[in-house]
Write a protein that binds this ligand. Sequence first.
Ligand code: ATP
Ligand code: MG
Length: 579
Amino acid sequence: MRMSRAFLATLRDAPADAEAQSHVLLARSGLLSKLGAGLYAYPPALWRTIRKISDIVRAELDRAGAEELMLPIVQPRELWDASGRWSRYVADGILFHFRDRKEAELCLGPTHEEVITRLVSEKVHTYRQLPLNLYQIQTKMRDEIRPRFGLMRAREFLMKDAYSFDVDDAGLDVAYAKMDEAYRRIFDRCGLRIMVVEADPGAIGGGGSQEFMVVADTGEDALLHCACGYAANAEKADSVPAGAPSGGEPRPLRREATPNVRTVEQLHEFFPDVLPGRMVKTVLYTAVRGEEEEDLAVLIRGDLPINEVKLANHLGADALQLADDDAVRRMTGAEPGFAGPVGLAQGVRLLADLTTRDMTNVLCGANDTDVHCLDVNAGRDFPEPPTVDLRLAQAGEGCPRCGKPLDASRGIEVGHIFKLGTKYSVAMDATFTAEDGTQRPFVMGCYGIGVSRIAAAAVEQSHDDAGIVWPAALAPWHVHLLQLNRKDEAQTGVAERLYHELVAAGVEVLFDDRSASAGIKFKDADLIGLPFRLVAGRTAKDGRVELSARCGTERETVAVEEAVARVRRLLKEALAGNA
Ligand code: ATP
Ligand code: MG
């Protein structure tokens, strides 16, 4: 492609809303164009990258035995009512939905479990037609609450979504393992360094769920991991917390005036002898399930945070809201900051984290403004609540496998594989005739890859101060050919010859044949970040060109006759595994 003809224009400044380096660099290099919040056009260069990602995804899914299809973006409400997800997605605000001219309600698909379940249940009647794995690479629409980081969290984006259908759990295990393997190959071929982590399996629990994370500081997910191989999304992670001092034999309960003392830190200042690990925090929530709301109080050791994902899963809640001031007054009869387990209002559901189980003589709120209680004991001063694991694991706590301290990183989720089991098939009455003649629900898995997000994640993982450093497999073109001075005939001769030879040899080349200055050309080449660079400059009159790699600092001059062969050899090495 000649740059003088290409629909490609670099920008001096990044858009004001670009926070992540990938967003800045993709926008500045002219590879990304914003249309509205979370809505982007993919200009030709970016589309080349996205097509390469799609090709890799396709090749590996086909190799794993999956079949590609294409499902409608527009989906009838009735399907989402059947799965029970319509009202939750609407309440959540994530669903783009509308009415057609006949007043029928429709949505733009944020995901396709419903559509595929209906389709398969109509076409597949017996176990003989199973297993199946069907996928598409298609536009998804989600009205994200906070679209940001460019392609990373868009409202319209490209996803590969695959769905497996099996006769039983053993079949699902095989399908899941195949996808796990295919995903590792895909990300490897894309040139991404990935951490595979255990993921939150949602309220249906059980099964298995893994996320494929590109480790990067701008990642929106918190990850905890250990040298022993344990790695989990912090939402899902387990850990062994540091122990807290024991409380000893129960003592009589005492009430103390604590004017304006509300937080754990303030309490520790007020009662210097009582460490946060000897306090019990009472966190109040409103749990939302469908149309219902429930008042909830959660007890946890004072020095530990609650994992709201675990909590919502345990409750089967659609959403959890921290209680607002009015709700706090309703539940405790006191101003915010003095909640405790003793004497909560009727009807408030009480739950406790496992860490509180053996605590005695604790310090907690008194449900009375400006008052706290000391030496409170569960079972004696308030009914013993059910205890569940509700704690958010943190870096430095013990690895659940080997006990060594956990490390923390941030990650960008580029893929997710998930054993759904029979959640959708049961809800949507999607069954087949099993070998023994009974009707059984399909056992399903779903497997997503953020195709457009990968382009951003690759840049996030691979760039320097001057610009993008594309992994060879994803670069829009492989070689950037620069002619420094368009008026120099020797340079024109060399550059035009190389351009034609490279094209003839099937090498993807971007040819900077513009009449801009050499400085601009070098700057743009650094910014766009193609893996190899050939420069027709001062040495052109001697029949030589300069060859360099974007990721290195070395330059060599090679004879024009040898340049193409040399570039092809380098490319072959850089693309090993992507033949
Ligand atoms: P997230 O937790 O990042 O919101 P998710 O868990 O809701 O993602 P899935 O439903 O698992 O996403 O979608 C499969 C893949 O699609 C994700 O792993 C991610 O790579 C990609 N993806 C999800 N939401 C977006 C988005 N708003 N923009 C771009 N890619 C996305
Ligand atoms: Mg996910």
